[in-house]
Design a protein around this ligand. Structure first.
Ligand code: SF4
Length: 194
């Protein structure tokens, strides 16, 4: 069994949604046509491997101002970060600073292509909001097919290991790593050592 999220973590998640909603409003005010729901009122997303690999995208940019290098449709992903994390992102860029998010963007571009033709041919727009200063960072992220394939292969490998009851090595050796802190399986994975 997993672990319930603490009240603090749930509040962090909810605050993240508030930042995201605010960013969507700002983009619309700036002239972007952004869709966050299908015509059936559902979040845009995909499902593969009989529903065992799923994802929901933050938004699809269908149109907007003419910006050099930008094309539509484009995937839009948004994260709200603390000052230190935000500064590192603008200094080193998404791929180096936030490799997990970069893989997520590549995977989403690949899996959304059948639903939104052309989305993988245009760079995704990654928006990072500084939670402390309200500064914004935008990065165009061209589709990285190799990264998408790696992330997809990794997902399949995990599913195969689960089916075979094989225990894969942990991603880190420190139970207090931030990824583990937000992981709902932390207690089970580390046997209460965190
Ligand atoms: S607790 Fe950490 S190592 Fe264990 S499954 Fe979660 S993220 Fe992976």
């Amino acid at each position: 069994m997993g672990r319930e999220f603490s009240g603090t973590t749930l509040r962090i998640f909810e605050a993240g949604h508030v930042f995201e909603e605010t960013a969507i409003r700002w983009l619309r005010l700036a002239g972007f046509e952004i869709h966050t729901e299908t015509s059936q009122g559902e979040q845009y997303g995909f499902s593969a491997a009989d529903g065992r690999i799923q994802g929901h995208v933050d938004g699809i940019l269908a149109n907007g101002p003419e910006v050099i290098g930008l094309g539509y449709p484009a995937l839009w992903e948004c994260k709200s970060l603390n000052n230190k994390s935000w500064k590192d992102t603008i200094k080193r860029g998404l791929t180096l600073s936030k490799p997990v998010y970069a893989a997520q963007v590549a995977l989403y571009q690949a899996y959304m292509e059948p639903h939104v033709p052309g989305i993988s041919q245009n760079p995704a727009i990654f928006t990072a909001i500084n939670k402390d200063t309200a500064e914004l960072y935008f990065e165009q992220v061209p589709f990285n097919g190799q990264l998408a394939q790696q992330a997809s292969d990794r997902g399949v490998r995990i599913l195969q290991a689960c089916d075979a009851h094989e225990l894969l090595p942990r991603m880190v050796n420190d139970p207090t790593h931030y990824e583990c802190k937000f992981c709902s399986w932390q207690d089970r994975c580390w046997g209460g050592k965190a």
